[in-house]
Design a protein around this ligand. Structure first.
Ligand code: HEM
Length: 185
């Protein structure tokens, strides 16, 4: 994955637990990289090792950590560093969710080595939809729940997310039922 992902994890950990915690996590994960470079590619295994080490040393469950990471990605990394890509998604939460299937296609124009997730929306209503998530990577569904929660906060439209179908359990992909209220005026 692009280094921006590992950098975002670093930013979450240092913000919440300090620099030393991040250094210990890198040591525990045996990742000998001093500084991740946003636009360089790293094996996915580096990210997974960092996530596993973080769970162990911070005594956090992986679902919890991935959820926080998803929120942090939207509210910090994407908002502050890739705001131009984020704002192309529309003026409100509903428009953004409908744009999500195309978001990474656009990102791939700038980051050509991207191996993106795939999203589709079905049963689209005024205040709800079903979001289908497919990826060749494993175990990142709680990251998606956190991303959706962060998007709700970003647009001032809190969301309720139900992980309705779990990949590997009678389904070949993850399905989230996403519901939201009218945004506060
Ligand atoms: C404009 C901001 C965004 C940028 C620049 C961005 C970029 C990236 C990058 C670089 C990766 C790693 C994949 C790779 O390097 O091959 C990634 C993965 C991912 N992105 Fe985004 N992304 C953005 C916003 C979002 C949003 C809003 C969502 C909301 C659902 C999202 C969902 C995901 C997921 C779930 C993955 C994990 C990879 C996988 O499932 O295979 N991204 N994105």
């Amino acid at each position: 994955m692009y280094g921006m992902v590992n950098k975002a994890l670093q930013s979450l950990i240092t913000q919440e637990h300090g620099e030393e915690a991040w250094e210990s996590i890198k040591n525990e994960a045996s990742v000998g990289v001093h500084h991740f470079v946003s636009n360089d590619g790293y094996p996915d295994e580096v990210t997974y090792k960092l996530l596993r080490a973080a769970c162990k040393l911070l005594n956090e469950d992986s679902t919890e950590l991935l959820f926080s990471f998803g929120r942090h990605w939207v509210l910090n990394t994407a908002r502050l560093e890739y705001g131009h890509l984020l704002s192309s998604g529309g003026m409100d939460l509903r428009s953004f969710l409908l744009y999500l299937p195309n978001l990474h296609t656009r990102i791939k124009l700038i980051f050509p080595h991207l191996v993106p997730p795939h999203f589709t929306c079905t049963e689209v209503q005024e205040h709800s939809l079903r979001l289908h998530y497919r990826s060749h990577r494993e175990g990142l569904a709680p990251f998606v729940t956190g991303l959706l929660d962060g998007l709700g906060e970003l647009y001032g439209t809190p969301v309720r997310v139900q992980h309705e179908a779990v990949r590997g359990m009678a389904s070949d992909h993850d399905v989230f039922y996403v519901e939201w209220d009218t945004p506060a005026a």
